[in-house]
Each structure stands twice: as structure tokens, then as C-alpha cells.
Design a protein. Structure first.
Length: 165
């Protein structure tokens, strides 16, 4: 794959960063759904939960984009990019994929924290959801890679906390 985990990107323009975050959540949903298609059992269940978390996060961020009149990219194009990004990993064995996710997703937490720091108060809740979704994904991946039978808990807890009233 790569020579170690990616380094967190530095974000300075809030609107542009918000758009990137939203786009990557749309892509991420398609990415995880594509990976779920390539796996079965526990792996498919986990990947489907991750796709759901990406969708919840995209829905949380969308109102901020609309409120700030940030143009939103074409959904079909974003989904196609997400599916394409998943292809190189689709054949990876589940234990290896979980370990890869634990290593490679961790830097994204810092990116979401930086986005939270840039955001205005009216976007604070949506940005907290975005950061929390990444924390849940990383906690899940680390637990799954370690063989924790309760590794799905961070994903399910996130979904329960963000469920519509």
C-alpha cells in the first residue's frame, strides 16, 4: 500500500476544508460498501457499519455547507471515486485490512480536530460528529486488529449517539 500511515493534512480555509471533509464522507460510504461487497461475515458487517457511519457524518456536515453556500460536488462522481479507491484493497484478507485501517485512519482524527478548531460556533455540533466518527472508526479498527470480540462497540455507540430523535 504505502510507506506508513499518511500524515495529517493542514487545513487553513474553513469552507474548502469543510467541502473536502463532506466529499470524503460521501466517497467513504461508497468505499466501504465496495469493500463490504468483497467480503462476507464479520468483515462485511463491519464494513457496512463503517459505510453507515460515513453516511451519517456526511448528513451532519451537509447543512453547514448549505448554510455557508459552499458548492457541493456531484454525488455520483464522488461515489465513483470512493468505489475506485477501494479496489486495490478489495482482495485484502480481513485481518490485514483491519490492521491497515487502524494504522492509516488514525491521522484523520487530527484533521477533524483541526477542522473543528477552524469552524464557527453554529457548526460545532456537526464538526464534533465528524471528529467522533473518525475516533470510532479508529477505535474499531484497532480493536478488530487486536482480535477484540467487542470491536464493533465504538461503531454501534457512535450510531446510537447520532441517531435522529
Amino acid at each position: 500500500m504505502t510507506d506508513g500511515p499518511p500524515q495529517p493534512r493542514a487545513f487553513t480555509d474553513y469552507d474548502a476544508s469543510l467541502r473536502v471533509a463532506w466529499e470524503e464522507e460521501i466517497e467513504g460510504e461508497a468505499y466501504f460498501l465496495r469493500l463490504a461487497e468483497a467480503h462476507d461475515g464479520r468483515a462485511a458487517e463491519a464494513l457496512t457499519l463503517l459505510a453507515e457511519i460515513e453516511a451519517v457524518t456526511a448528513r451532519a456536515l451537509a447543512p453547514a455547507l448549505r448554510r455557508r453556500c459552499v458548492p457541493m460536488a456531484d454525488l455520483d462522481a464522488l461515489r465513483a471515486r470512493g468505489r475506485a479507491a477501494a479496489e486495490p484493497l478489495a482482495g485484502m484478507a480481513w485481518p490485514d485490512l483491519a490492521a491497515w485501517m487502524a494504522e492509516n485512519f488514525a491521522p484523520f482524527i487530527a484533521e477533524f480536530e483541526a477542522l473543528e478548531a477552524l469552524g464557527p460556533p453554529e457548526d460545532a455540533e456537526a464538526l464534533r460528529v465528524a471528529t467522533d466518527h473518525e475516533r470510532a472508526a479508529v477505535a474499531f479498527a484497532a480493536a478488530e486488529a487486536a482480535g477484540d470480540p467487542d470491536s464493533f462497540r465504538p461503531l454501534r455507540d457512535f450510531l446510537a449517539q447520532t441517531a435522529a430523535p
